[in-house]
Each structure stands twice: as C-alpha cells, then as structure tokens.
Design a protein around this ligand. Structure first.
Ligand code: ZN
Length: 433
C-alpha cells in the first residue's frame, strides 16, 4: 500500500534534483535566519552559493549534539517562538537536553511522513492503533499519534506502562496495530502469559517498533510472541522524531523519507564520505523544516545505505537497521563490542530468555565483560552440569559473534530489571570518563 505513490516511487534523478533545490534553500534559510549557522559558516568561509551540487554538502561543517546543547534552549530556531507551536526534547540524561521546535507546517510535514510510513505496513483508516510510546516531550508518542490520525486510523494514546490494563484494552478494543519498543513488547508477552492470555488470539495485524537497538532475532521473538509481522521505525528528536526511516513489508531496510531528509554515511573518525553500501556513521540534514532545520547532524548511529529500488516498488533509499552507536561501543581489550552483537548471540539459544545485562569492569589492569542472562522459567534446574553446559554454550556463541571471551552468569527468571522504555543493557564500571 502507498500513501503517496508519486513521491515514494520517484526516479533517482528526480529525487536528486528535488533534494538539491531543497538543500540549497535550507542552507540559505539557515544562514539567514539562525545566528549559529551564520557564524559557523562565516568562520568556515562556506556560503549558501557554494552549494552547487549534492556532493557540495561535504563543504559544510557538521552539527553535533553538543552544538545543539550550547544553544539551549531556543538558539536553533529559525523563527520566533510565536510561530513555534510545539516543543519536544531529548531526555537529557547525559547533559542538557536537546530541544526540537516545530511550526504548524513542520507538524503537518511530520504527520505526512509518518502517515506514509504507517501505510507501508498496511495501516489504514480502518485500523485501531495502540500507541504504547510515551506521550510528552519524547517524540515517539505524539509523532506516531499524528501520523496515525492523518491516515484516519483510531488512536489509543495509552502511552507506556499499566501493562495489565494495556493488555486488557488491547483485547477489548481489538487493537489492530501495536506500537512498542522491543523490550516492552517482550515484557507485555510475559505479563499476558501470566494473566492467561494468548496474544495470538487478539485482533492484532501488525507491530511497529522503534526507540532502541534490536536484532533480527529480537524481531523474530516479537513476531512469535504476538503472531504478527513487526516493522521498524527510526528517528531522532533532533530530526523531528520518528519517521526518518520506516521499514516496508519486505523487511529489508528502512526507507528514508528522502524528500525531507538528506542522508550521508561518513567514517566517524575522518568525517569523510564512505562509498555506497559501506557501514559508517549516519549524518542527516533536514531539507524541509521551517522551525529548526538541522544541517549535517551527526547521529552517531552506525548503518549502511542501499540505493537499489526495493521490491515493494519504492525508490527511496533504504538504511539497514542500526548495528550500533559510536558511543555505545564498548572498547574491551582493544576490540569494539556492541551490545547488539551480544544480543544476537543470546537469541540463538533457546534455553534462555533474551533478558540480559552486560557489565564491564576492570578488576586489575584488564577489562572484563560479564554477561548476566536469565534462564527460561522451565529450565532453572538444580542440575549443575546442565547449567554449566548452557553457560559454556552461551560463552561460545558470544565469542563467535564478538571475538572475545566473556564471563557468563546465569540468573533466575525475572531477576533482571524490566524497562518500559529503553532497556539499560550496559553497565560500565570502569570509570573511563
Ligand atoms: Zn520497500
């Protein structure tokens, strides 16, 4: 299903032409309206007229999260606050929060982007969308809300938590589309089981998930738990929120809304462009945004882009699921380890639950990784030999995936704290900062 086939299936040349015009307008607009960009571009001696081709974007300096923090709260707005109709913010757990501002037109565009995205999974005006994303300053709640309403679907704005009620209402309303984070989805599965419900008997047709790192194995667990396909949504507060990329029914990458976002892949240490299809850091530019256009934003997310037309008929490029974040990367004994790799290894083992925690410590001079994993309820036995076997199996699988040996500790079912939003997977006790 398409929301706007004409746009979603444009020829590559047409997309590029459109992007260039929008990029040129954006750079000029930001230079004229936002003192931060005026000053920065003047310092770098790069001016709007220097952007003659899409490749010329490389002449512009990057914008980082720190840059956005420095102009907190409203220093990135291109319009006065009387034209801003909504504000969102990052959680601010690692410093000052990043603020995102939207004009009426921006909210309309954001709704359009998500209406298009949800339609990729077949969501229509007949659907009942149960949105467990948190409402409030977090963009995941209202972003999905606007998109679903634009389509004319019925939104259940239940937000996160109240899990038992969540399941009860899902059953009573016969919700057809569920929006969750993977970890919360699995938690809902556990609670439903405890309550004697089989989620597969519910009226659900589709799951949309986002907001945290995931693996194909995690998707499979989610699909098995609910008995329906699960599709990924990607986005970030700085770029408006969810909708930058949305997976289509082919589950083979997320289509980037290229008429609103210009994506680049760079080598995160040199800052240079990488060849098409290579993994690197995703850099994004808002090429149509009135309230707060952000140019060349370093997402720190690692992915690769595929420009081949998709089997679904869409021509917008596809980004791979995020394989890690440049700052989530744990460097242990000189090896780069991502929690997602550990998760991938764990999900291959049926005797355990995909609830885990990675603890990094430095007892002497050497780094040590301990992975705490829950066993499945039916398995926690007193048979020491059996548990030893499973532990070794887990250690082997992880070693295969990440290349180093880790310590594995099995813990009883449901002893690792559950999260309703983003799961805390890594505890770094090394005090490296
Ligand atoms: Zn597709």
């Amino acid at each position: 299903m398409f929301w706007d086939k004409k746009i979603e299936c444009m020829e590559r040349e047409e997309i590029k032409e459109l992007q260039l015009v929008k990029l040129q307008n954006t750079v000029k607009y930001a230079f004229d309206k936002i003192p931060y960009y005026h000053k920065k571009y003047s310092e770098y001696e790069v001016f709007p007229e220097d952007i003659q081709s899409l490749e010329d974007i490389e002449k512009l300096p990057f914008t980082t999260k720190d840059d956005l923090r420095q102009v907190y709260p409203f220093g990135m707005f291109a319009v006065s606050t009387d034209e801003i109709i909504e504000i969102h913010s990052s959680s601010g757990t690692t410093g000052k929060p990043v603020i995102s501002g939207y004009t009426k037109k921006d909210i309309d565009n954001w709704s359009e982007i998500l209406a298009r995205g949800l339609t990729e999974w077949g969501v229509s005006s007949n659907d009942i969308v149960q949105n467990t994303n948190g409402y409030g300053l977090f963009t995941g709640g209202l972003g999905i809300h606007y998109g679903a309403q634009k389509i004319g679907a019925t939104v259940v704005p239940i937000s996160t938590g109240q899990t038992r009620r969540q399941i009860e209402l899902m059953n009573d309303f016969e919700s057809t589309c569920l929006i969750v984070t993977p970890s919360y989805g699995l938690y809902m599965g556990e609670v439903a089981k405890e309550e004697g419900f089989n989620l597969k008997d519910f009226g659900l047709n589709v799951i949309g998930f986002g907001s945290e790192a995931w693996t194909e194995e995690m998707r499979k667990r989610l699909e098995e738990t609910f008995g329906v396909p699960a599709y990924n949504i990607y986005g970030l507060t700085e770029m408006m929120g969810p909708g930058v990329g949305v997976e289509c029914s082919k589950q083979n990458g997320l289509h980037i809304a290229e008429d609103y976002y210009y994506p680049e892949i760079i080598d995160s240490s040199s800052g240079k462009h990488l060849p098409e299809g290579t993994h690197g850091e995703l850099v994004l530019t808002n090429i149509e945004r009135e309230g707060m256009p952000v140019i060349r934003f370093r997402t720190k997310d690692i992915t690769a882009l595929d420009y081949n037309p998709c089997d679904c008929g869409r021509t917008f490029c596809r980004m791979e699921r995020i394989t890690g974040r440049t700052d989530d990367m744990i460097k242990v004994k000189g090896v780069a380890v991502f929690p997602s790799q550990i998760e991938k290894a764990l999900l291959k083992i049926s005797e355990i639950e995909p609830h885990y925690q990675v603890i990094v410590s430095r007892p002497g001079n050497l780094d040590e990784i301990e992975v705490k994993v829950e066993t499945a309820p039916e398995l926690f036995s007193d048979d020491v030999r059996e548990l030893m076997n499973i532990r070794n199996k887990i250690a082997d699988h992880i070693k295969n995936e990440v290349g180093i040996k880790v310590k594995v500790t099995l813990v009883e079912p449901k002893t690792i704290p559950r999260s309703t939003a983003k799961a805390v997977r890594v505890i770094d006790k090394r005090n490296l900062h």
